[in-house]
Design a protein around this ligand. Structure first.
Ligand code: BGC
Length: 743
């Protein structure tokens, strides 16, 4: 592989064949190397080490004089704008831009090298305006809307002086018990890659020096989402083929989109902590993925190497992390306290330090930080941001069930019950540092604003237990506002049971026994186990923790002002005990046709093991009919494929219902026989299209080398001859397929 301006040319070698793919990639950081090297040649060793140090000002305990002299002496490369190690659920103050500009002034005017500091903050799925949690927004399957929203986030963040965000989180995950699953794209590598690209482009744009651009950070590299048992910060066992085919693709896409930084993860993989691993941080990230920006550790992940039994002491942690390829040390002071001495003692080479400094300076140069070091406000339209937040929230919400009770009539009498009727904070979701719960409409307000002649009867949980309550006899339909608190999700907030709480289960039972038409609206971050709940509800809208406009978007859907179009980007298991359950599994040998836990022989004896809702699933108020897929060929020459030829698969989708609606058309591939077992279905394309009622749209997908191969255990991309089944349909269970042979 080599670089030509901002093009990457990949050679893919297969036995005696090779082919190449020309790809346009984002910002190439290496073009700033010469300038960076010139700066480095004038730096003392101490100043170089300072560039590798990220601090939190809380460690100075309000001793601002010491903080200022520390910066003046060139000891700080970056400041994280967070006051605790688990900022996701801890309350954080807003960023005081004037104060940080004052500190920056010291760095650029009073320090000897005048190198600006880079300010980073966890601007994860919103800033003042909060968008759906990433797991929710993946369900929108609308990349351009996600990109637009992430650009909006950048505009708001830079206006507070934030030039770097620790997002997107790209940890693929099969275990919804893990509190952090909700921060990422879900279970599918292809979705992960598309989301990664959309978020990086949204945050960074085409020009990192633009005033409304913010540097992104692909995290947590690598494998953190595979933490055993959904426990946080826990160990992982990941084979190399799983790593390359499942976990790496989202990071590969982020790098390709030009992401400036990558965060190393806390976990170990097969006994090697990623933060101290040359294999993961250099051999794969740099040599295979061609990442050119810098790597930051996760919070105190360097000193953690000693606790993980991988390093003797803090000096050894420093040596192991730096030599593995970890450039910036987040908050544990290992580098600043040990690195200079390690070099002077001849234990670490100065050139290794120089390399890390160079990578950091290249990003600072690429983003124009030397020319524009201070935070400045940009003009943005808050109303537009809120409208986009509502649009993305609405497209993220999934109609899981509807026996005809939805949409509701605006002149109906509606009972509104449950713990999420007046809740605000949880609607914003975990990792909301700057969004305000007080400014977030609750479900009651949103529902009220929709009624035209109808009445709301609202009760808290206790009121409903009375059979003769007004809710029961005066309402035409009852809407239950159910869900989970944001404090059961996020960093260090995993759960061992993904069911609704006991009181909510009782509430569902009581409502069911009253025989009223009942709609469940579930405000949750993860897929919850709905066995025993779904059958008692007449309709279910999965509203997620969808940000500032959650309640308004959900009310729009309930009353039919928006036609639901979200599709699950994650499998919903029936019970916690069915975890892990994900769609892109390999075939089991007994029986051959089983898929997704449907085999009678590998079912659990105490429960039905099929998913409650499969991946890619979601209903609409209208109905879509798919034609059989068509392909412009039945076979393709292997060498043609390698040389860039593709074929086209298309399908006609008719809207045969009563509403205009959006449908996410999905293309899955199965490589029927390969040298390593390939999944029964793998998503390789999706397109969300608006289809007016009574009309038909043809949706086409181009299928080429990039969709038909896989990575072997060495991380090389391989395509093998043989039959490929190509499925096109409305979710991963579709049987609508054709077969193409690669010969
Ligand atoms: C989290 C990261 C976060 C960092 C900085 C860590 O504890 O794992 O996701 O970006 O803190 O707040």
């Amino acid at each position: 592989m080599f670089l030509l301006k901002n093009h990457l040319i990949y050679f893919i070698i297969n036995k005696d064949n090779y082919f190449f793919i020309l790809e346009v990639v984002g910002i190439m950081y290496k073009q700033f190397e010469e300038r960076a090297e010139k700066i480095i040649s004038q730096m003392t060793l101490k100043e170089k080490v300072g560039q590798l140090n990220q601090i939190t000002i809380t460690s100075f305990k309000n001793d601002f004089d010491s903080l200022k002299s520390f910066i003046r002496e060139g000891n700080v490369g970056s400041i994280i704008l967070a006051s605790s190690a688990t900022a996701g659920n801890d309350p954080q103050g807003h960023v005081n831009m004037e104060f940080y500009n004052e500190l920056q002034k010291i760095a650029v005017e009073e320090s000897r090298m005048k190198i600006p500091m880079i300010y980073g903050r966890d601007v994860i799925h919103g800033h003042r305006t909060v968008y759906p949690l990433p797991l929710a927004s993946a369900a929108a399957f609308n990349d351009s809307l996600v990109e637009k929203c992430y650009h909006n986030i950048a505009e708001e963040a830079v206006s507070d002086g934030i030039r770097w965000t620790f997002s997107p989180m790209l940890d693929l995950c099969h275990d919804p018990r893990w509190g952090r699953m909700v921060e990422g794209p879900g279970e599918d590598p292809y979705v992960g890659a598309r989301v990664a690209e959309a978020c990086v482009k949204g945050f960074q744009g085409d020009d990192l020096t633009a005033k409304d651009s913010i540097v992104a950070c692909a995290k947590h590299y690598l494998g953190y989402g595979a933490s055993e048992g959904g426990r946080d910060y826990f160990r992982t066992e990941i084979s190399d083929t799983t790593l390359y085919n499942t976990i790496v693709p989202a990071f590969r896409a982020a790098v390709k989109a030009g992401v400036g930084t990558v965060m190393s993860s806390f976990n170990d993989i097969n006994g090697t902590p990623v933060t101290g691993s040359k294999k993961y941080l250099s051999d794969i990230l740099r040599d295979k993925l061609k990442f050119e920006g810098f790597v930051v550790s996760d919070w105190a992940a360097v000193e953690q190497l000693a606790r993980q039994g991988y390093a003797e002491d803090r000096a050894d942690c420093t040596k192991k992390a730096l030599e593995a390829g970890l450039d910036l040390d987040m908050c544990d002071k290992c580098y600043i306290e040990n690195l200079e001495k390690l070099v002077l003692d001849g234990k670490v080479s100065e050139s290794t330090v120089d390399l890390a400094v160079k990578r950091i300076l290249c990003v600072k140069l690429a983003m124009g930080l030397f020319d524009r070091p201070y935070g400045e406000k940009v003009d943005y339209d808050r109303a537009e941001h809120l409208a986009d937040a509502k649009a993305l929230a609405a497209e993220s919400m999934v109609l899981l069930k509807n026996n005809g009770v939805l949409p509701l009539k605006k002149d109906a009498n509606i009972g509104l019950v449950g713990p999420f009727v007046t809740e605000r904070r949880s609607l914003l979701g975990t990792w909301t540092l700057d969004g305000s719960a007080d400014e977030t409409p609750n479900f009651l307000e949103a529902m009220k604003s929709k009624l035209r002649g109808g009445k709301l009867f609202c009760r808290d949980l206790s009121g409903i237990f009375d059979n003769s309550s007004t809710i029961n006899y005066k309402s035409d339909v009852v809407v239950l506002a159910l869900g989970e608190s944001y404090l059961t999700t996020g960093e260090a907030y995993s759960v061992s049971d993904i069911s609704l709480s006991k009181d909510q289960l009782e509430l569902v039972d009581k409502m069911h026994s009253m025989g009223k038409k009942t709609v469940g609206v579930i405000f949750s971050a993860r897929p919850m186990a709905l066995e025993g709940v779904a059958d008692k509800l007449d309709a279910i809208v999965y509203a997620w923790h969808s940000g500032s406009e959650t309640a308004n978007a959900a009310a729009d859907i309930l009353f039919g002002d928006t036609v639901p179009s979200g599709k699950t980007a994650v499998t919903f298991p029936r019970k916690t005990g069915h975890i892990p359950l994900y769609y892109n599994i390999t075939a089991s040998g007994r029986p051959v046709d089983g898929y997704y836990g449907v085999n009678p022989q590998n079912n659990y004896v105490d429960s039905v093991a099929t998913p409650m809702y499969p991946f890619g699933y979601g209903l609409s108020y209208t109905s879509f009919e798919y034609s059989a897929p068509k392909c412009d060929t039945t076979e393709i020459e292997y060498n043609d494929l390698l040389n860039g030829k593709s074929f086209t698969v298309s399908v006609d989708v008719a809207n045969v219902g009563d509403y205009d609606g959006k449908e996410t058309v999905q293309l899955y591939i199965r490589d029927k026989v390969a040298s390593i077992m390939r999944p029964i279905r793998e998503l390789k394309g999706y397109e969300k299209v608006l289809i007016e009622k009574g009309t038909t749209k043809t949706v086409s997908f181009s299928v080429g080398a990039e969709s038909l191969g896989f990575y072997n255990e060495n991380g090389d991309y391989v395509i093998e001859k043989g039959e490929f089944e190509i499925f096109v349909g409305a979710n991963c269970l579709t049987e609508n397929k054709i077969t193409v042979r690669v010969k």
